[in-house]
Write a protein that binds this ligand. Sequence first.
Ligand code: HMG
Ligand code: MG
Length: 306
Amino acid sequence: MDIDIIEVGPRDGLQNEQKPIPTGVKIEYIRNLISSGLKEIEITSFVSPKWVPQLSDAESIVHQLKNELDHASIKYHVLIPNKKGLAKAYQYNISRIALFTTTSDAFSMKNMNAPVENIIQEYSELIPEFRRNVPASWIRIYLSNCFECPFTGKVDPCKTLEVSKRLIDLGVDDLVMSDTTGVATPDEVGNMLELMLTALPASQISCHFHDTYGMAIANVARSIQLGVRRFDSSSGGLGGCPYAPGASGNLATEDLMYFLTRSGYKHGVDLEKIVWASENLLNSLGKRSSSKVHQVYLSSCYNQAA
Ligand code: HMG
Ligand code: MG
């Protein structure tokens, strides 16, 4: 059985890094990811540079890499919060976009300076406009805090379902159930997905697990049992939303690949190339990967070389 890996390292992985990362380092990182066999990558975000300074070179990245991504037949998308971001998508001929909102007004105010209702209203205009203007349009939308909000606590699954239904009605292709702070356990994921599957098919759901408490792989396993086949991950395990206190890195792509391969699922990505793509990036950040698979793989490479 095939499982899709959606690499979000260049966006989610980098957006929370405090130290400025040169554009050239990001470009090399994305090139390495392209060569790994990944089929879907979130390459950056067109958000306000005042809100996320780390990704203020987004346009330069898209400009420099667009041809290569098109030639490699990679599906790539850019995270967009509003019409200003959409205008940039038009400018760079981007046909795949990722929108985002949340179950919680408190988080929405911190992350987007507006309540959920205003965001949904803006998307209800933005989505049909994008569909009209871009024939090959493809739209995913993240629903953050599906389980817990860092400001208001546990989220009732019925609330997650209610907001999800409104997002589905907007006509998106992919709804990304997101555990922003990485708190959920497999039972919670199972309960949430069972509810979601009353409203839409598993083929329209992706899962985006942060790995704060080390639950992400167990949550992937539970999601696969319920029919989900698309998972976000970030190479090296980097990531986190700057406006979600307590959010740590995403599920590492290396951990996801190891789990999928050993469980007999196909993903088409080269583990060695992912490990080196993230290792080169991490070296330039002066960091080590949180991924156990990454660490084991690296030490076995060094042992072989010794
Ligand atoms: P605002 O301050 O209310 O917006 O922010 P504004 O319209 O007043 O604009 C403020 C300034 O930003 C203006 O510049 C705008 O032009 C500019 P000025 O006139 O002062 O020079 N601006 C933009 N510039 C470039 N691109 C844009 C854009 N929009 C406005 N698109 C806004 C509202 C939504 C813009 C802001 O809050 C924002 O950018 N928020 C994004 C924060 C963010 O990126 N968070 C991380 C991503 S979400 C996430 O990580 C969760 C996820 O991974 C899933 C999960 O794990 O749960 C997806
Ligand atoms: Mg995230």
